[in-house]
Design a protein around this ligand. Structure first.
Ligand code: ZN
Length: 499
């Protein structure tokens, strides 16, 4: 079924979006949540399992203290209250990706509640309220093979890998976020970005969306102004920051077209498709009663010592927003300039480029210019564009030393992004570099003057601007590998004119 979607501007003129985000973060603990199995990514299927995480009869779980410490630190960084007493809950469900047929989670007694995270959007601070942060165990992975799509429909067989089952997982749930209007998709992305940065700063997870250690479900609903909030859908499979923004936007457009036609929104989970940017329906959403939660009888309650919580709070590192403000001061950037650095996702990249020896201006120029343009064109995150901070610092050094001019540096950078090696290697392999041999340049300048006697006469007669044509001719002979300013000085000197 193909329907024509309304324009985004019209949608936000007629409807108010309410968004909400549920983010799952796999903790980087050495062992699983309730057993001693290792957690590192990428082992042979079903090699990191034991009776506890396979739920074999007679096995008993024991909570991982490092995971509890990590979630308390996340809760504190998100300004939450930490429960002095709470319990794990058993969530019953029957999918093959959880061998026990239940998952240990938290239900009505989460360990962290009522927090917030401030995010900057277009220079404004938006406070995102956090409803809860709780701890649970991750599920295994199902692999459906033999079909065209990798989905269960059309597959000839399904395989399960329980290596991931039991890895500690933190779920961070926002309260509904109304009032963002046209900015809803951008706010969603800014929140997940800030949350990722906070968690990375805490050092409790590598928060890699592409490897699934940070996963995001996006809730979206629309209502007409003055009316109650609409029915929400929950979009899954959102695997990049860019996709968070696209998923909200795409769901707003889809819901508006349903509502415009007099239809109703079904409460359901939907799958986001990276390739088309669309969502398609998944299963209709379970409700809490389907899961028949009850307090987990195999575990003792969690009662973190308040003095331990206070110690963890006192030891929190400087959080990203404070850190960014300090960098902004050190780099001497205006609010607007810093905002563009943040929006481009370039803070850390620039920081590392400066650490590798570049000046703030030099680092910013490449990441926000050439490399941002390329990232946008190819639809990848800036960090994945193909250049490293060390390479960018080297490129800028070659420019500062006069070995590359701006144009050549851009060509070298193309080579870096294409994986041809370091800037110096590319210069030598491709024979790029500013001609600094004065003899060769003098010859090229003389040749250009001889070939363009009328232009030379004009310049001699005082029309200094005409020298541009001679500089152009020299740049052409040297295949762009000369420093244009040096060439201009040489041309003027040769013609006996003051620059
Ligand atoms: Zn295990």
């Amino acid at each position: 079924m193909t329907t024509t979607l309304p324009a985004y501007d019209e949608v936000v003129a007629r409807y108010e979006p309410v968004i909400g985000l549920e983010t799952h973060v796999e903790l980087g603990t050495r062992t699983k949540m309730f057993c001693g199995c290792p957690t590192d990514f990428g082992g042979e299927p079903n090699t990191r399992v034991c009776p506890v995480c396979l739920g074999l009869p007679g096995s008993l779980p024991v909570a991982n203290k490092a995971a509890i410490e990590a979630i308390i630190r996340i809760g504190l960084a998100l300004n939450c209250s930490i429960a002095s007493w709470c319990r794990f809950a058993r969530k019953n469900y029957f999918y093959p990706d959880m061998p026990k047929n239940f998952q240990i989670s938290q239900y009505d007694e989460p360990i962290c509640v009522d927090g917030y995270l401030d995010v900057e959007v277009d220079g404004e601070l938006v406070r995102i309220e956090i409803e809860r942060v709780h701890l649970e165990e991750d599920t295994g992975k199902s692999l459906h093979v033999g079909g065209a799509t990798g989905r269960i429909h059309g597959a000839t067989e399904s395989l399960v890998d329980y290596n991931r089952a039991g890895i500690p997982l933190v779920e961070i749930v926002t309260k509904p976020i109304p009032g963002t209007g046209t900015l809803a998709p951008v706010v969603a992305r800014a929140y997940v970005t800030e949350l990722r940065d906070v968690i990375r700063t805490l050092g409790v997870s590598d928060v890699r969306m592409e490897e699934g250690s940070l996963r995001c479900d996006v809730n979206t609903s629309l209502n007409r102004p003055g009316e109650e909030w609409g029915t929400r859908t929950e979009t899954k499979n959102v695997n990049s920051l860019r996709s968070v923004e696209r998923a909200v936007r795409s769901e707003m457009l889809r819901q508006a077209s349903v509502l415009d036609a007099g239809g109703r929104i079904t409460q359901e989970t939907r799958h986001f498709h990276e390739d088309t940017g669309d969502t398609t329906p998944g299963r209709s959403k379970e409700t809490a009663t389907d899961y028949r939660y009850f307090p987990e009888p195999d575990l003792v309650p969690l009662a973190p010592d308040p003095s331990w919580v206070a110690e963890l709070k006192a030891a929190l590192p400087e959080l990203p927003r404070v850190h960014r403000r300090r960098l902004q001061e050190r780099w001497g950037l205006s609010d607007l300039d810093m905002q563009s650095v943040v929006n481009a996702g370039a803070v850390e990249l620039i920081e590392q480029t400066i650490a590798a020896g570049a000046t703030p201006a030099g680092a910013r120029k490449w990441w926000l210019g050439e490399l941002s343009r390329r990232a946008n064109e190819t639809g990848v995150e800036l960090a994945a564009v193909g250049a490293t901070p060390a390479q960018v610092a080297e490129l800028q050094r070659l420019v500062d030393e006069g070995k590359l001019n701006d144009k050549l540096a851009r060509t070298v950078l193309e080579g870096v992004v294409a994986g041809e090696g370091s800037p110096a290697e590319i210069m030598s392999n491709r024979g790029l570099g500013v001609v600094s041999d004065t003899g060769a340049l003098t010859a090229a300048v003389d040749e250009a003057i001889a070939a363009n006697p009328d232009v030379a006469a004009k310049v001699r007669g005082g029309k200094v601007a005409a020298a541009g044509a001679l500089v152009g001719a020299v740049m052409k002979t040297t295949r762009g590998q000369a420093d244009a300013r040096t060439v201009r000085d040489m041309v003027l000197e040769r013609l006996g004119v003051e620059g």
